[in-house]
Design a protein around this ligand. Sequence first.
Ligand SMILES: [Mn+2]
Length: 351
Amino acid sequence: MSTSMVVFNQLHQPRIALAFRLPFRQADRFSPRKMLERVLYHDHCFDGAASAAFFSRFIAGAIHPQAEFRYTGMAHKASQTFDPALFDGDENAIVDFKYSSDPRLTWWFDHHQSAFLSQEDAEHFQRDTSGKKLYDPSYKSCASFIRAVARDRYGFEAPDLEDLVHWSLVIDGAQYPDARTAVEMGDPAMKLTLVIEAAKGSDIVQKMIRWLQNRKLEEIIAEPEVQALYAPLYQRHLESIEIIQKRAQQDDSVIYFDLAGYDVEGYNKFIPYYLFPASTYTVSVSPSAYRTKISVGSNPWVPQAPKHNLATICERYGGGGHARVGAISFDPDQLEKARMVASEIVAELKT
Ligand SMILES: [Mn+2]
């Protein structure tokens, strides 16, 4: 009897000890801080926000279910470099924006023709073997590119985000049926674009990136906070149509306007074709606090594709973009230089 008690104790002591240790082990396993996914996205751009939203759903749904997402908006500047402090996540991603050779960059998705800051960066990308740096300029939106890669390589799909991806294609690819659809703000996605492109700072864009992951576009535009931003922007949008009408000159197939002295940064780039349906190109100079910008665009509704590649022209002056829309950034005090370059581009586009 006493022997059997000893055996009982010997058998069970280790289990008792184990039972005491278990809570500590569980604590070890479940308490570490969440994995941080830092997402750098193209700020003040519908496709940039849509890309950040789709990418986040993809990572949470297929790669890191526990990840915490933080967003940083990126803007094109004259002296473009990536601040090393940007890459502070356990994983760092860039979507719809230029490549970085920083070793801490985990994911990269882009579809811009001008995707590399330097030849060294392009070569660095070509040497990459991670399979997580992805580039395809044939996609009309970066969100649709992320959707394709997530589906084809990771089996991840988000049918509830189809509307978001559809509008990223319409807006970033300028696939509007006509200038009216692009300018008259009938659809929720167009209203959101107005807020995303013109809102000061990145806070509301980043709120939207979170909402876009699981809410309908019409719900988001109905948010009182979004409405409060939208109403005055819509008013300014109507005013910007008037100002561009006043300032724009048509020279052959090229529209030119200079917005120096007018506070209309972030005007809808289809207004010129709404006002001048027979034009092919637009060149504009618009100053703001942090840059002077030349925008070069082409009319998406002209019957035959324009012959000039606008990204190539802009690249020659240190800018970039897509074949049918490009931009060049100058420092804020370089207005005269920007005007000179703009007139050279107007002359070239007329040929
Ligand atoms: Mn894009």
